[in-house]
Design a protein around this ligand. Structure first.
Ligand code: PGA
Length: 252
């Protein structure tokens, strides 16, 4: 049985004091989610990770939004796995479409990071998803299959089990234009099939999230789909009230 997961991707939002205020406000709702068998987490910016980790309910996952695969050295502007670990972070989002678009992050680069994270016993959340153009051409499945195969290349079945996948159609991110639950389920079910090809029965244990304009008003319908194991939420995860409403929507 795959446990449902709600992960808030804060992107480049919140100063440390704002992030701390969220962390303090979120304590009860994290308990509420956990009591209903739902895992919850937030992914603040690097400068807010330590503050959030220190002030949020310890049952809440705190995730970074990127990491460098090297242990240390001449990589200006980068953050290592060891640095994250020292502030108690053991989850990292990788391959988000915004990082692919603005920072040139490729599936192959994500593959190196995923392997480094798994070697450090950390949890990668690997994102995939197609552009509007690819969607309209009907090439979504081939596109995401390629991203999944390149990103997870060379992983053992046991390693794959620890990876969380997020399917986020780019045309649905921050646009208010969410994919219907049928479209999301169709692609996510297909992704599970690709994972089955690669990792056999481990695919049944791997969690696949939907992301892209998830809101309290539509989260329940995604959760009713058999292959959708949770949500990666940007805009609607930023305010405690909305985050709480997302949790409530997941429980319904
Ligand atoms: P959104 O972002 O919920 O604001 O559409 C989702 C994401 O990019 O992870």
């Amino acid at each position: 049985m795959r446990k449902k997961l709600l992960l808030g991707n804060w992107k480049m939002n919140k100063t440390p004091s704002e992030a701390k205020a969220f962390a303090l406000a979120a304590n009860e709702m994290v308990d509420y989610a956990v009591a209903h068998d739902i895992e919850v987490g937030v992914a603040p910016t690097f400068v807010c990770l330590a503050t959030v980790k220190e002030n949020i309910n310890p049952k809440c996952i705190v995730s970074a939004q990127n990491v460098n695969e090297h242990a240390s050295g001449a990589y200006t502007g980068e953050i290592s796995i060891g640095m994250l670990k020292e502030v108690g972070i053991d989850w990292v989002i990788l391959g988000h479409s915004e990082r692919r678009e603005y920072n040139g992050e490729t599936s192959e680069a994500c593959n190196l990071k995923i392997k480094a994270l798994l070697a450090a016993n950390m949890t990668p959340v690997y994102c995939c998803g197609e552009s509007l153009e690819t969607f309209e051409k009907g090439e979504t499945k081939a596109w995401v299959a390629e991203q999944i195969k390149a990103g997870l290349a060379g992983l053992s079945t046991e390693e794959a089990r620890k990876v969380v996948i997020a399917y986020e159609p780019i045309w649905a991110i921050g646009t208010g234009k969410s994919a219907t639950k049928e479209i999301a389920e169709d692609t996510i079910g297909y992704i599970r099939g690709v994972l089955r090809e690669l990792f056999a029965e481990a695919a049944e244990d791997m969690r696949i999230l939907y992301g892209g304009s998830v809101k309290p008003a539509n989260v329940t319908e995604y959760m009713s789909q058999p292959d959708i194991d949770g949500a990666l939420v940007g805009g609607a995860s930023l305010e405690p009230d909305s985050f709480k409403a997302l949790i409530e929507g997941m429980i319904k």
